[in-house]
Design a protein around this ligand. Structure first.
Ligand code: ADP
Length: 747
């Protein structure tokens, strides 16, 4: 048995050496005996607790640190009992140092020391202050937390990928991006599974291959998140390698850029639409740095105007400046200056292409002031207006030519706008009236030279034409520079665009004064001749009738025939004289109507009877398809004249067919009379003209059937002035059917 109290001989021997080493080590060391009395302590230990040797050696530790007793005593007892050392890393301790209570951290070890015989002897107490380490750790933790907050609030997720086993550690925000709950951990494989297949193959995998070479991992790709939403993600990472240069980890961030991308795509689409529109309108597009005038973002059209091929040639921002014609540089600079105040950039400039060709271009742009730190820039368009200018020039020349022509002719020519205002008069207008151009554009304007008697009707007819877009025709007197009036015939026709809208009225006024005078003379002559002829003709007619009465039953057939022929021809002469007189009266507006209420039925039957008496060649059938009498309010003689004319024409133009049908019927509130023959007829073209003055169907029949071509003209005039109508149907070689209608008389 060895005495357990005796120290080990080796330890006694080395005691001094050990103590001096312990004294110098940079960690605190103290020895407590089984009764918790401090037997020794090195300087470092004393420094930590800030006590002197005298204060602690030989004292019970719980007297030195009474505040520790509750915690420390059970620990030490446990060490003694279990023989297991006690470790307390980063033990937080409040310690009074230099009069201040500090929060300090220690790594404590209480190690039991036994004698060779297994008897407990001491607690070896080792203390290392780790306050700095803990502080640093805490700082790192705070920094990390800050980073986490920063990344999350900037909608950035962080991740750390192990490139050996592809395990990934990520922030909670990454789960959110993929549509998971914040607390869900998602694997690298899961993440890949959310990528759109096309993007995985074409974007992500390529980016990874690139990263293995460059160390930088960066891409934008689409994912379908857990909820099925399409999202855009942006990933930016960095590869870390081990000492053998093998890639081990990749650290990075990930952002949800769906919103930006959607906007970008929308922007691209609207850019695309804009470009298509610009292309269609042959406009080149560009953006320009306002300060440097460097152009960028130019469209292919912009370059092709400047003579470049956007596909094959590399072009820089000064491309436009290199081509502007030197004479236009100042114009361009002035326009730029002006843009500063108005915001609009507009100018036209000549440019010289590489092949020496000169073009004229029009630049239009908008100056956009700087925003979000960008510089002010112009967003603009360029249009090639070379052809346009040449075209304008040609139009100007041709306009000048026509103006010159218009001025050279003696006839008055004028142009009106679609609202009826007259805005152009040729030189002849000024020469005739002695007035200057502007007086025609002011106040009364051209009406000033119109005779006051015709002004009202003139305005009425003109405005009617303007309103209905129908041709205008009017005879009126214009006052000349000697204050004399002359008759003019004014005509105007509307010029219509492809939508049928009036663009202009082009009018002429022709001096018809001499013609009018000749006409007047002619009318006067006809009147006088008529009057002078009337007496002899009436006398001859009277004598013929007398002779017929006396010798009508004579056996002398020659005499009887001769008398009939004379009477017939005298009747025709009478009719012709009447027509000639009528026409001159119509033209001078002097054909009076004497209206009465009468029976149209009676008129028709009587006229047929009269005709039958003198023209036995044809059979005239009459059909009344109305049971009672038909009354009208009209000029009886004139209506007789109308029917007479239609009947004699029917007979005249059906020499080989001997039948004429006359009908009287009611249509609506009109009485209608039709005269039908089965003679030579007319084609449609002729039919439209027969009511014109002096119109006669031309051709072989022209001379076969004598006449002046005025009968139907007079008939038409009579019907018009009765508010009635006259029209015809006809077929060549089949016959014609003429109709006239009159409003029924209402009692
Ligand atoms: P005119 O008979 O004196 O020539 P009108 O004014 O009465 O003059 O007729 C004009 C033209 O119309 C005639 O020349 C003739 O060609 C045509 N016309 C008139 N009535 C008939 C008819 N019933 N059948 C065929 N043609 C006719």
């Amino acid at each position: 048995m060895t005495n357990p109290q005796l120290p080990h001989p080796l330890s006694t021997m080395k005691q001094g050496v050990l103590e001096s080493i312990i004294e110098k080590v940079p960690f605190g060391f103290s020895l407590l005996n089984a009764d918790y009395v401090l037997e020794s302590a090195n300087d470092a230990w004393l420094k930590i607790i800030e006590k002197s040797k005298n204060e602690v050696i030989g004292k019970n530790i719980f007297d030195v640190f009474p505040e520790m007793k509750d915690v420390l005593k059970p620990i030490l007892e446990n060490v003694k009992e279990t023989k297991e050392p006690f470790y307390s890393p980063e033990y937080s301790w409040k310690l009074m140092r230099k009069g201040v209570l500090e929060n300090v951290f220690f790594n404590f070890v209480y190690h039991p020391i036994y004698s060779d015989y297994g008897v407990f002897q001491h607690f070896a107490c080792v203390v290392v202050e780790v306050t700095d380490v803990v502080d640093t750790k805490n700082k790192i933790k705070t920094e990390e937390e800050r980073l986490r907050l920063a990344t999350e609030s900037s909608h950035t997720a962080t991740w750390d990928l192990n490139l050996q086993n592809f395990e990934i550690v990520h922030s909670s925000y990454l789960s959110k991006i993929f549509g998971y709950a914040d607390s869900d951990e998602i694997s690298h494989k899961q993440m890949r599974g959310h990528l759109i297949e096309y993007d995985r193959v074409n974007i992500v995998e390529k980016a990874y291959k690139r990263a293995l070479k460059t160390g930088k991992y960066i891409y934008e790709a689409r994912i379908i998140d857990k909820q099925g939403n399409l999202k855009w993600i942006f990933t930016n990472g960095k590869i870390f390698r081990d000492e053998d240069n093998q890639p081990t980890r990749m650290l990075g961030v990930m952002q949800d850029i769906t919103e930006r991308k959607t906007n970008e795509i929308l922007l691209q689409e609207s850019h695309h639409q804009l470009n298509t529109a610009l292309d269609a309108s042959k406009l080149g597009r560009f953006d320009m740095d306002y300060e440097t005038q460097h152009k960028y973002n130019f469209s292919p059209r912009f370059l092709s105007i400047l003579g470049y091929d956007s596909e094959t040639e590399r072009i820089d921002g000064t491309v436009f400046e290199n081509h502007i014609h030197p004479k236009y540089v100042q114009i361009r600079n002035d326009a730029l200056k002006q843009a500063k105040s108005t915001g609009d950039l507009f100018y036209q400039a000549k440019i010289i292409l590489r092949d020496g060709k000169v073009k004229l271009v029009e630049i239009y742009g908008r100056l956009l002031e700087s925003f979000e730190g960008s510089k002010p820039y112009v967003s603009g368009t360029m249009r090639d207006i070379t052809d346009l200018k040449e075209f304008e020039q040609k139009i100007r020349e041709s306009e000048q030519k026509y103006r010159f022509l218009a001025d050279a002719i003696p006839q008055i020519v004028w142009i009106g706008e679609n609202d009826g205002r007259l805005t152009y008069f040729n030189q002849a207008t000024m020469d005739y009236s002695g007035k200057d151009y502007n007086t025609f554009l002011e106040a009364l304007g051209w009406l000033d030279i119109v005779h006051p008697d015709e002004r009202e009707e003139n305005t009425r007819l003109w405005m009617h034409s303007v309103k209905h877009k129908t041709p205008f025709s009017f005879e009126h007197r214009f006052r000349n520079k000697n204050n004399e009036y002359r008759w003019f015939l004014s005509r105007a026709a509307p010029q219509l665009d492809e939508f049928g809208n009036v663009t202009k009225w082009v009018g002429t006024s022709t001096d018809i004064d001499d013609m009018k005078k000749v006409d007047q003379h002619k009318n006067d002559f006809i009147k006088i001749a008529n009057h002078e002829l009337k007496t002899p003709v009436t006398t001859i007619k009277g004598y013929v009738q007398l002779l017929k009465k006396m010798r009508g039953n004579s056996d002398d057939q020659f005499l009887v025939n001769s008398l009939n022929t004379i009477e017939n021809q005298i009747n025709k002469l009478n009719l012709l004289m009447g027509e000639l007189l009528d026409i001159s009266r119509i033209e001078s507006g002097q054909l009076p109507l004497y209206k009465n209420e009468f029976s149209l039925l009676k008129l028709v039957t009587e006229t047929i009877e009269d005709i039958k008496a003198s023209e036995q060649s044809h059979q005239i059938n009459f059909e009344l398809s109305h049971p009672s009498d038909i009354e009208v309010y009209a000029d009886k003689d004139r209506i007789t004249q109308v029917l007479n004319n239609l009947l004699t024409n029917a007979i005249k133009y059906s020499p080989s067919k001997k039948k004429v049908n006359v009908k009287l019927f009611i249509d609506g509130n009109c009485a209608v009379v039709s005269v039908e023959d089965f003679g030579i007829g007319m084609d449609q073209d002729e039919l439209t003209k027969i009511f014109d003055r002096f119109y006669r169907v031309s051709g072989e029949d022209e001379n076969t059937f004598p006449g002046f071509g005025i009968g139907l003209f007079i008939v038409k005039d009579i019907m018009d002035r009765h508010n009635g109508k006259i029209w015809a149907e006809s077929e060549k070689n089949k016959g014609s059917k003429f109709f006239f209608s009159l409003p029924l008389f209402e009692h």
